[in-house]
Design a binder for this molecule. Structure first.
Ligand SMILES: [Zn+2]
Length: 301
């Protein structure tokens, strides 16, 4: 897609408001810059919101948009109604484990922000959650409605959930797309009950793959990925918004899947207790650290 000069806007750092940055990487004519004050990495200048909104059409959800690595329609066909223990099951078990430590009453009410075609919500429903979705795309939302799960097609800033509506809020591969993550995280924090859990997955700027591949790192998709977080900048955000018990892991890829499938890693334990399993876990986790590009984040209100 070709863009004109008037399609772009320049922005300040979302976290600290500074306009003091260093240019890091150039990709397809965009610059990823890093705030000299707080370290947040963001696209600047970036496309205006109305231009970005037009990118999330039916093509995007089928892997023909700016992010060719995703095909959410295929994901629905491959994963929904399957009984294998997937990463989504793992995430649900971790959320349940954190929620069981607070006194809220089941069934837990869960909202997925940016629920796409509902791969996660389908699993969450099986784990007993009372599921709700928030999604910009009508096209994607209709897949979720067919599962009997209610979805509102709105942006976060236009959704009107009362304070304390949910026990858990999930945002998988969403926060990097948000134009104002600080504002959105504050809103999401208000929607959670005290003791409620936020779970997010996103890329990790500090991963070895970014250092090796530089601007070719697949996560640099400057058309739609507006802010890129590291363990440190993510902690900064969540602390400032008021979350506690913040935990950032990178247990989200094929190697860790293997550990789960062979029951070396069983929820809710973050590490195996058995000495042999613990040794296998430590070796695999060390390898994983060098190949994983993502973070999985849990935080409690
Ligand atoms: Zn900053």
């Amino acid at each position: 897609m070709q863009f004109q000069k008037e399609d772009f806007e320049t922005v300040h750092c979302d976290f600290c408001g500074a306009d003091n940055y260093s240019k890091r990487y150039e990709k397809r004519g965009f610059w990823m810059v890093q705030c000299n004050n707080c370290g947040l990495v963001y696209t600047n200048p970036r496309l205006k919101q109305e231009k970005i909104a037009a990118l999330y059409d039916a093509d995007y959800f089928q892997g023909h948009g700016f992010d060719k690595s995703i095909d959410y329609v295929k994901d629905v066909k491959e994963h929904v109604s399957k009984d294998d223990y997937s990463l989504e099951d793992w995430d649900c078990d971790n959320i349940l484990s954190l929620l069981s430590q607070s006194s809220n009453i089941q069934p837990y009410k869960l909202l997925e922000v940016g629920c796409g075609t509902g791969v996660f919500l389908d699993k969450a429903k099986k784990h007993g959650f009372d599921c709700h979705g928030l999604e910009l795309s009508e096209y994607a939302a209709n897949f979720v409605r067919q599962m009997g799960i209610p979805v509102e097609t709105k942006a976060i800033e236009n959704a009107q959930y009362p304070d304390g509506s949910f026990d858990a809020i999930v945002m998988r591969e969403v926060i990097e797309h948000l134009p104002h993550p600080m504002e959105s995280l504050k809103t999401i924090h208000s929607w959670l009950k005290p003791g409620g859990v936020l779970f997010m997955a996103t890329g990790n700027y500090d991963c070895p793959e970014r250092r090796l591949r530089k601007s070719d790192w697949f996560y640099f998709m400057p058309e739609g990925h507006l802010n890129i977080f590291s363990n440190r900048t993510m902690h900064n955000y969540l602390t400032k918004v008021g979350f506690r018990r913040i935990s950032v892991t990178n247990q989200g890829d094929k190697l860790m899947d293997m550990l789960r499938n062979y029951k070396i890693l069983t929820p809710p334990d973050p590490k195996p207790r058995n000495i042999f399993k613990r040794a296998v876990f430590i070796i695999v986790r060390s390898i994983n650290h060098f190949i994983s590009s993502g973070m999985r984040i849990y935080a409690v209100k």
